[in-house]
Design a protein around this ligand. Structure first.
Ligand code: PBG
Length: 325
């Protein structure tokens, strides 16, 4: 035998020398569920070890995460049913705790990067990402609402706006609204290829944000489609997105690879709640080894081409990484 690939795997130093893909805490964005409740941390049954946090709980969690090496966070609000309406008006209301928390966090932790969620669903009495009329999700009537929401978040100090709603034309609409009020430094990470996935279930439990009627298939993408992701990517690029995102990640590694090959923009992958829940459940049952299976899952997304990963594993990974340094 002239050729023996095993020679390149014969010891840890050689293996490390030729390692093709890296994964560091700096690549990760940590999603957090926030409330204005007086309970500091509230368990979420389908997301073991994750909590709905009030401001105090949030500060403790961020401090611990920063200590472990994380810097970027994405915030999702749990909104009381009584504050929800057809036009998601609470999303840009003065007294929305989401906006207050952004302001206060930026003051308390000046070094962190905060990303928002822009979509109507947490604030909508219909539980949809867009404005609903006679059972239909209306695209163009949704855009001004998203614009107001994005401007309110940006004025509160958010660094990256994250439109997750999949309405057509929203990246451009939001970009123009931001620029009109001199918020041109605020970035947009577009949920570019967001699929109508079953893996969002635990997230909707956490926020109590599931659609009251129907599903999200007229705006989120068909899991069978890949070519269409390129079309969405082309649009987001010309509309002014700063990052493109693929969501979910694990079942869509091919889409991550496709966008990476076809775009000069950084690509993010969203390792969603259902992906977290299934790995956690297997590990809690003793069927998989958490400290090995979790980094392997994240590495697959980096290998596919993701520059950054939104993941509920972020803090655990950062701690593990630090312990191995
Ligand atoms: C809503 C939104 C969803 C997620 C992020 N933003 C759910 C949905 O589209 O129904 C899912 C994230 C996850 O499952 O971790 N705009």
């Amino acid at each position: 035998m002239l050729i023996r690939p095993r020679r390149n795997r014969k010891n840890p130093a050689i293996r490390a020398m030729i390692e093709e893909t890296t994964l560091r805490p700096a690549n990760l964005i940590y999603p957090l569920f926030i409330t204005n409740s007086n309970i500091q941390k509230e368990a979420i049954s389908s997301l073991p070890d994750l909590y709905r946090l009030n401001f105090e709980g949030l500060c403790i969690e961020i401090e611990e995460a920063v200590e472990a090496g994380l810097r970027t966070f994405v915030l999702f609000p749990v909104i009381e049913e009584s504050k929800k309406d057809k036009i998601a008006s609470h999303s840009y209301a003065e007294d929305n705790f989401y906006l207050t928390y952004i302001r206060d966090l930026k003051e308390r932790f000046p070094g962190i990067v905060l990303m928002s969620d822009v979509a109507m669903d947490p604030y909508s009495s219909d539980g949809h990402d867009g404005y609903v009329e006679n059972g239909e999700i209306l695209n163009d009537k949704t855009l001004p609402i998203l614009g107001k929401m994005a401007v309110a978040q940006a004025q509160a100090g958010i660094d990256i706006i994250g439109p997750s709603d999949m309405m057509d034309g929203r990246v451009r609409f939001i970009r123009e609204e931001l620029d009109k009020v001199e918020l041109e430094h605020v970035s947009i990470m577009s949920y570019t290829a967001k699929y109508a996935s079953a893996y969002y279930g635990p997230f909707r439990d956490a926020l109590d944000s599931a659609p009251k009627a129907g599903d999200k298939k007229t705006y989120q993408m068909n899991p069978a489609n890949k070519q269409e992701a390129l079309r969405e990517a082309d649009l987001d690029e010309v509309e002014g997105a700063d990052f493109l995102m693929v969501k979910p990640a694990l079942c869509y590694l091919d889409v991550i690879a496709l966008l990476k090959e076809n775009s000069n923009l950084p690509i993010a992958a969203y390792n969603v709640s259902g992906e977290y829940a299934m790995l956690k459940a297997a590990c809690q049952n003793g069927w998989l080894d958490y400290d090995k299976a979790m980094p392997e899952m994240l590495l697959s997304m980096r290998r596919a081409g993701a520059d950054s990963i939104l993941t509920y594993f972020a803090k655990d990974f950062a701690k593990l990484y630090k312990s191995l340094l």
